[in-house]
Design a protein around this ligand. Structure first.
Ligand code: SF4
Length: 168
């Protein structure tokens, strides 16, 4: 009910954009689905866009058109949801997707991303993901990659630099 009240309050001012930060956290799955449905319907009725901030890839897959995967405060990969989920390009996105159990797939262990997220005051030089990346090479430790176009997505990773052949 609190989520519904907050959604109603947000829409009172006829916004063009609603930023919903973890709107379904701590809700059970059926209420989650109801809240997302209400949010989508009301925003469509009001002509507002929704930016959803969440850790739940299931919610993203079911609701969003585009997704930006963030790492250490920056976008690592951005693109259409179907591309990012089914054909993840950035090694961090790969790790995230590999850590999600798939019903019907018999696995002893899920993929685990080694190490932990850096403090925002101690972000490593070069690519911020380099201490944890299984595909790291020399350039990653020296230069920070900006987003570069790859198919319909954009990815901040030197593996996709068209000008310099990738290593690793
Ligand atoms: S730039 Fe290098 S360290 Fe960063 S994600 Fe790509 S391969 Fe890994």
């Amino acid at each position: 009910m609190r989520q519904r009240v907050v959604i109603a309050l947000a829409l009172c001012v006829n916004p063009k954009l609603v930023i919903a930060d973890e709107p379904t956290t701590a809700l059970d799955v059926s209420i989650q689905a109801q809240i997302i449905k209400v949010l989508k319907r009301l925003c469509a009725d009001h002509g507002a866009a929704v930016m959803l901030i969440t850790h739940d890839m299931g919610v993203i897959a079911e609701t969003a058109d585009r997704v930006a995967v963030m790492y250490a405060g920056r976008i690592a990969e951005i693109g259409p949801v179907s591309d990012v989920i089914k054909r993840a390009k950035h090694p961090y996105t790969h790790g995230l997707m590999g850590s999600i159990p798939v019903i019907g797939h018999d696995l002893d262990r899920l993929t685990q991303i080694e190490g932990s997220m850096p403090r925002l005051t101690e972000i490593p030089r070069g690519c911020p993901y380099n201490p944890r990346c299984p595909r790291v090479f020399d350039r990653c430790r020296a230069e920070r990659p900006d987003l570069m176009p790859v198919d319909r997505s954009r990815v901040a990773c030197w593996l996709y630099d068209q000008e310099v052949p990738a290593h690793g």
